[in-house]
Design a protein around this ligand. Sequence first.
Ligand SMILES: Cc1cc2nc3c(=O)[nH]c(=O)nc-3n(C[C@H](O)[C@H](O)[C@H](O)COP(=O)(O)OP(=O)(O)OC[C@H]3O[C@@H](n4cnc5c(N)ncnc54)[C@H](O)[C@@H]3O)c2cc1C
Length: 369
Amino acid sequence: MTNTNKFVDFDVVIAGAGVIGLALAYTLSKKGYQCLVVDKNPSFGEETSSRHSEVVHAGIYYEPNSLKSKLCIEGKDLIYKFCDAHSVRYKKIGKYIIASDKNQDKKLRKIQENAQKCNMNDLFYKNNKELEKDGLSGIFSALYSPSTGIIDSHDFMLKLLKLITENGSTVAFNTPVENVSFDDNKINVFFGDQYHLKCRFFINASGLHAVDTAKRIENISHSLLPQNNYAKGTYFKIFKKTPYRNLIYPLPEEGGLGIHLTHDLDGNVKFGPDVEYIDTIDYQVAKDKKNKFYNSIKAYLPDLNIDDLHADYCGIRPKISFDGKTYDDFFISNELVKGNKNIVNIMGIESPGFTSSLAIAKYVLSKYL
Ligand SMILES: Cc1cc2nc3c(=O)[nH]c(=O)nc-3n(C[C@H](O)[C@H](O)[C@H](O)COP(=O)(O)OP(=O)(O)OC[C@H]3O[C@@H](n4cnc5c(N)ncnc54)[C@H](O)[C@@H]3O)c2cc1C
C-alpha cells in the first residue's frame, strides 16, 4: 500500500518514539503505509521505554480476555520471533513466583487458575522438594514460567528504528506535537514551531503524556478522556552474585508485580520496582527506600546485607482512571474525537507494554487503519 492521497504528506503521523510508536511505525511501514514518527525528545525511547525491567512477560496475571492478557501473550511470541530474525539479544531465563507460607500458596494457586483462564499454558506449580531440585532452597512453593525472559530493550528499539527507515518511513526528534485539527479528507498535525503536516491517520502514542496530547486534538471529547496518574517504580542494585539464575518474583502487590529480582543480559542484578503514586514526573531515586527494599528482598535472599543495596534508577507507570476508578487495562480507542475515526489514542500502556508492543501495533493496524 502506498500513499495515493495527494492531499497528504504522510499516511500516518505517530506522536511518540517510545517502543509503542516505533512498533507501530515498523508494523505499518511493513504494510506499505508511509509513516512519520515524531518525538519531543532528542532521541527515541528516552522515557518509560528505557526505564523498566526489560522482562518479556508471559501473561500470567492479567484479567482474562483483557487487552493486557491477549496482547501480552501474543506479543511475547512476536517479540521473540523478531529478536531471532533481527539478532536482538534476549534470554529465556525463566521466572519463579514464590510463596513463603500456606497462605501465600493459596494466592499462588489463584494466579495459576487465572493464567489457565488466559490460555497461558506453560506455567508450572512446584512444591518445596521440586524447588530444591531446581536449586532453590527454603521456599514453600512457586510457579515456574519457563518462557519469561529478558531482552536488550535498547537494541530492540534500535532495530525497529532501522527497519522503519529501510521501509521508507521517517522518524523525527525534537519535534513535539502541539495541536491536531482535521477537515474532510485530512488531519493537520502542528509542531512546536507551528510548522504543520497533513496525514490520513494520527496515532497518539505519547506514553506518560498521552492524555495531555489528546487534549490538544480538535473535538476531543473531554468527558470520555481518562484521568492521568503516575506510579513511580524504583530499582536498587547489588554488585554481588546471588544463588539465582532465574527471575524471582514475590506475589504481586497493588499496582505492580512486587519487588522482584531481575538480571540483565550482562549479568547485573537489580531489585524493583516498588509502587509510589506521584503528582508530577520526577526521576529522582529516593535513597531512603533502602530499608523497605531490604525487608522485602530478605524473604527470598536472607543472606543479603543492607549495605549491599545501591540506589539505581526509576521509571513511571502511566496509570489511568475513569471517575476516580483505576482502569486496569491498555486503553486504545478511535472514539474520543467527535467527527473523526482516523485518530487513534493509546493510553495507560504500563507493564506489560514493552512485551506487548508488536501485538499492540498489529491490533491497531487490524482494527483502526
Ligand atoms: C517501572 C516499570 C517497569 C516496567 N517493566 C516492564 C517489563 O519488564 N516488561 C514489559 O513488557 N513492560 C514493562 N514496563 C512497561 C513498559 O516500559 C511500557 O509499557 C512501555 O515502555 C511504554 O512505551 P510507550 O511508547 O507507550 O511510552 P514511552 O516510552 O514513554 O514513549 C512515549 C514517547 O512519547 C513522547 N512524547 C510525549 N508527548 C509528545 C508530544 N506531544 N509530541 C511528540 N512526542 C511526545 C515522549 O517523549 C516519549 O518518548 C514497565 C514500566 C515501568 C514504569
